[in-house]
Design a binder for this molecule. Structure first.
Ligand code: SAM
Length: 354
């Protein structure tokens, strides 16, 4: 299944990168300030741009590291002693051997089983949650334990750690019993969720210029003062739905922690990743802060017809800051499986030259 992410630009990637290519020459530095799945940053790097990718979320960090920072096939060179002590055979690549080792992790009745499967007894609520089958939840617990063991014992480096967590997140997405986001689980287990979770080797893009790409994690409002680029692409949340709440389980996989899971949905405490772009009264200040502090004079903003700000709001906000052009095109809407919303909506590309 891959990524299912609200606002992912995978279906309109050609429009976005085509527009950016017309605005700045190849070899320029382009910042993807809210990179999400990393789709735009990775395609820009494929096309010869130097990329700075940033997001608030830890899972985005791991996706961007995986997509941008490998300059050779992962060798897992530190894992030599692991291969010996665990008597692993490297029949294919070291990467495949580590993925096989993770897929063979002993199942465990751990945090995911307790909090996110119907067999568990969650700490803070009576009713067990049905995000994963008990078998998959136990497997996830086992895999998480092995990944943390590999890191703690220096069998993998930080980049390989990101790669393995990226693979775990992608595999968990395939078998999660959800309609679209992790905001809720489905009461009845869908067929897709019954398949056993399996990690797979990624087709890693090997980049000879990987050092030209930078991956950051932080609030755009804060990191922007550290960034110099020729064009800044900004793809903020459009609606009130906070990503930290809607993808809390992916964040927990990415952080490798065991936070208190609260309420019916089992949310981790997420206020430390609260986004101002999901609150109408705070968006304008955040845009002003970013545009005022980043060392850049071309901004391309993606936004949508059903977003919190209207075209009129954007004109009022951005016209005082520079020369503004707004293009509109039709885009297929992100919908959860049971949503009754229309299929298409207008998507905006807002260009500001300061
Ligand atoms: C519409 S999505 C981006 C989708 C991305 N272009 C893609 O194709 O996957 C918006 C992203 O903004 C991030 N975000 C929200 N507020 C942020 C902030 N203040 N600073 C940095 N990232 C933020 C969210 O975590 C989310 O990943």
């Amino acid at each position: 299944m891959g990524h299912r992410y609200i606002g992912s630009k995978s279906k309109i990637i050609d429009i976005i990168t085509g527009k950016i290519s017309k605005l700045v020459p190849k070899n320029s530095t382009v910042c993807d300030l809210m990179t999400g799945t990393g789709t735009v940053a990775i395609e820009l790097a494929n096309q010869g741009f130097n990329v700075i990718a940033n997001d608030l979320m830890t899972y985005s960090y791991h996706h961007a590291i995986t997509g941008l920072k490998f300059d050779a096939e992962p060798t897992f060179s530190l894992a030599g002693t692991l291969f010996q002590t665990e008597q692993l055979t490297v029949s294919n690549t070291p990467y495949q051997a580590v993925i096989d080792y993770l897929n063979e992790s002993p199942v465990e009745k751990g945090y995911f089983w307790r909090e996110f499967s119907v067999e568990g007894e969650p700490n803070h609520t009576e009713k067990p949650r049905n995000y994963f089958t008990p078998e998959n939840a136990m497997k996830i617990d086992g895999i998480r334990k092995r990944i943390e063991y590999l890191l703690a014992n220096h069998f993998i480096n930080n980049q390989e750690y990101s790669l393995l967590l990226h693979s775990l997140i992608m595999a968990a997405n395939d078998v999660a019993n959800i309609a679209g986001t992790y905001g809720h689980y489905m009461s009845k287990t869908v067929k897709r969720a019954e398949a056993p979770i399996t990690l797979e080797c990624e087709d890693i893009i090997i980049r000879s210029n990987s050092s030209a790409h930078i991956v950051k994690q932080g609030y755009a409002e804060q990191v922007s003062s550290e960034i110099t680029c020729d064009l800044c692409y900004i793809d903020p949340p459009y609606m009130k739905r906070q990503y930290a709440a809607n993808y809390h389980i992916l964040e927990t996989l990415a952080r490798g922690d065991e936070p208190e899971a609260i309420g019916v949905s089992g949310l981790r405490p997420w206020r430390d990743q609260y986004s101002n772009f999901c609150t109408k009264t705070k968006i304008r200040d955040s845009f002003r802060k970013i545009i005022g502090s980043i060392n850049c004079n071309k901004f391309l903003i993606s936004y949508s017809e059903d977003g919190l700000l209207s075209v009129k709001d954007f004109k009022e906000l951005l016209e005082p800051l520079g020369e503004l052009t707004i293009e509109t095109f039709e885009h297929k809407r992100f919908k959860s499986n049971n949503s009754k919303l229309n299929n298409t909506l207008a998507e905006y590309l807002i260009l500001l030259r300061t």
